[in-house]
Design a binder for this molecule. Structure first.
Ligand SMILES: CCC[C@H](NC(=O)CCC(=O)O)C(=O)O
Ligand SMILES: NC(=O)OP(=O)(O)O
Length: 315
């Protein structure tokens, strides 16, 4: 594996998940692999899980870790080529990426969608500029349209908790007052489309994800119908793709409640976190035995570690 930017960088996703599950049993077995290697973690946006789990994964592999909050700590970065840099951005990504590539053996980048210009976001300018200029492997810590480390952890979790060979997995939209990226929903859909699951996506009208991510999923606008017999309920808010970046509704009827969870086949509740309690999901559901959000978050370490192990093995 050279880079880990999307599912396309993974030759055998099922094998990757099985390797991650094996890693959990002996987390320090590859401690020598990352000796004298450095990973740089660059955050253009906030993070708890991604920041800490990726550091832990790198340390489990014997790597040194450098972390930078790009907008607070470094210079403002200009992403567009050919512009006169007479504004508030003091450095071009061409130099910044190449210089960081001098210090680090792997660079991991978080840069959310701006949710203003759909074409700009879906061109994945930031992470592709780092891929173009850094000269070292790039890992996606959530980009404008994807969050593959989260999706890999989600697949590990589903494999660990499934009670049948082909479970029914439902991605459900839930309300939020802010305009959030489609990245987590896109990425989860992309991975579920290649998984051995019956995949259903449910959301209000107007929130259809981009066709290239929805793939062969069954799209249902009636949430309760979608929940019938589900084995996993994966909840996430996202803003409209069609009416780009817009919050079309905050209808609280889409919040996940225990009476909806009773429609499922003792379904497990999943969420990438952070989650707004009693806005997206009730305390009752989140605090119930059906919620597996904590082990799901724990699997972010093994998701990152198996990816870094594969990249280090190719250096
Ligand atoms: C892993 C999820 C990161 C991010 N989540 C948020 O921005 C939540 C922000 C909030 O609820 O205020 C998102 O939706 O992509
Ligand atoms: N799920 C996830 O990526 O969490 P953070 O935004 O806290 O890293």
């Amino acid at each position: 594996m050279k880079n880990f930017i999307s599912l396309a960088d993974v030759s055998d996703p099922k094998a990757l998940v099985q390797e991650a599950i094996q890693l959990k049993k002996n987390p320090f077995a590859d401690k020598a692999l990352g000796k004298n290697k450095t990973i740089g973690l660059l955050f253009f946006n906030s993070s708890l899980r991604t920041r800490l789990s990726t550091q832990k994964a790198a340390q489990n592999l014997g790597m040194e870790v450098m972390v930078m909050n790009v907008n607070q700590d470094s210079w403002g970065l200009e992403m567009m080529d050919g512009v006169v840099m007479n504004g508030d951005k003091a450095e071009h990504v061409k130099e910044a990426a190449a210089v960081i590539g001098q210090y680090c053996d792997i660079i991991a980048v978080r840069s959310f969608a701006e949710l203003k210009d759909r074409n700009a976001d879906y061109q994945e300018i930031v992470i592709n500029k780092f891929k173009q200029y850094a000269g070292v492997p790039i890992v996606n810590l959530e980009s404008a349209t994807r969050h593959p480390l989260q999706s890999l952890a989600d697949c590990i979790t589903i494999e660990e908790y499934k009670t049948k060979p082909r479970p029914k997995v439902v991605l459900t939209w839930a309300p939020h007052f802010k305009s959030l990226p489609q990245a987590v929903a896109n990425s989860f859909s992309e991975w579920m489309n290649v998984w051995d699951v019956d995949f259903v996506v449910t959301h209000p009208e107007g929130y259809d994800l981009a066709p290239e991510f929805v793939g062969n999923a069954q799209v249902v606008y009636n949430q309760r119908e979608a929940f019938e017999g589900a084995d996993f309920i994966y909840t996430k808010n996202w803003s409209s793709y069609k009416d780009y970046g817009k919050v079309l509704t905050q209808n609280p009827d889409w919040m996940i409640t225990m009476d909806k969870m009773r429609l499922t086949n003792n379904g497990k509740f999943m969420h990438c976190l952070p989650v707004r309690r009693n806005l997206k999901v009730t305390d009752e559901v989140l605090d119930s035995p059906q919620s597996i959000v904590i082990p799901q978050a724990g699997n972010r370490v093994w998701s990152a570690q198996v990816v870094l192990k594969q990249i280090l093995s190719g250096l």
